[in-house]
Ligand binder design. Structure first.
Ligand code: NAD
Ligand code: 0WE
Length: 254
């Protein structure tokens, strides 16, 4: 379904990463991929995972808070592939002390960092990607229910995800005339590196599974499948949208 499409994947840290689930699904659907990693610490992980696809995917360093890093990724992608069609943005960060305690205590600096890494970065990436998408394309990001409703302790990340979801709509408006679609998957909780940094995540997974209509948590494979749908022509009429892939949790009132 993605034959002859080229995609750039931001946000693989390890094999549990949501980005890795979606990248594998894109690969199996026939896309050619490049990966970026944040910092030397993650280089080897990402190189090994990329190599495991057996497709000689290039791997680039990128801290999304640095405009010059983002530009360098797309310069290298242009040199390697010419055109691209797909971008996956699966990146978020807030200082740990801001994820817990009272939201009202969030510092200006923690707010700035959460917004920069988790929301602004989509815009920076979209701006650098768009000139390489003359055939149109699909930009995909990851959100969470805390954007819309209060999830205790998600705090400033909820505010950043609300900004991210608004970014999706404004970018969809700007890039629509060029045939570039922009959408988000709002994923139910998944046990990744970013999630395990959070105390009581096990309890949260259990609560979520008990209260979701499907009575279980979402699988990485299911996020990958929706990722293929949003990347492919199957979703050609869909842009600016936030699609919940959360076993139905978000529809509940009680
Ligand atoms: P993860 O830790 O595997 O991925 C987060 C990625 O963000 C890592 O690869 C990390 O290197 C990258 N990152 C952080 N700061 C960066 C920076 N300055 N520059 C470049 N990269 C940076 O965890 P994940 O759960 O797969 O998270 C991926 C996305 O999914 C995030 O946007 C997260 O908010 C979202 N999400 C996660 C869950 C969940 O429960 N795990 C649920 C819904 C949405
Ligand atoms: O988006 C996220 C988590 C993103 C995240 C995780 C960390 C952990 C380590 C952002 N920044 C950091 N900073 C760190 O220092 N999720 C959707 C997973 C998540 O995190 C929560 C959740 C859920 C769900 C935090 C509190 C409550 C619920």
């Amino acid at each position: 379904m993605l034959k002859d499409r080229v995609g750039i994947v931001f946000g693989v840290a390890n094999k549990r990463s949501i980005a890795w689930n979606i990248a594998q699904a894109w690969h199996h659907a026939g896309a050619k991929l490049a990966f970026t990693y944040q910092g030397e610490r993650l280089r080897e992980n990402v190189e090994q995972l990329s190599a495991s696809l057996g497709a000689a995917s290039p791997v680039f360093s990128c801290d999304v808070t640095r405009d010059e890093d983002i530009q360098a990724v797309f310069d290298q992608a242009a040199a390697h592939f010419g055109k691209i069609h797909l971008v996956l943005h699966s990146v978020a960060f807030a200082p740990r002390e801001a994820l817990g305690g009272r939201f009202i205590e969030t510092s200006r600096e923690a707010f700035r960092i959460a917004m920069d890494v988790s929301a602004y970065s989509l815009l920076g990436i979209a701006r650098a990607a768009a000139p390489l998408m003359p055939e149109g394309g699909s930009i995909l990001t990851l959100s969470y229910y805390g954007a819309e409703k209060v999830v205790p302790h998600y705090n400033v990340m909820g505010v950043a995800k609300a900004a991210l979801e608004a970014n999706v709509r404004y970018l969809a408006h700007d890039l629509g005339p060029q045939g570039v679609r922009v959408n988000a998957i709002s994923a139910g909780p998944v046990n990744t590196l970013a999630a395990r940094g959070i105390g009581d995540f096990g309890d949260m997974l259990k609560y979520h599974a008990e209260h979701a209509p499907l009575k279980r948590n979402v699988l990485g494979k299911e996020l990958g499948d929706t990722g293929v749908y949003l990347a492919s022509d199957m979703s050609s009429g869909v842009t600016g949208e936030v699609i919940y892939v959360d076993c139905g949790y978000n529809i509940m009132g009680m």
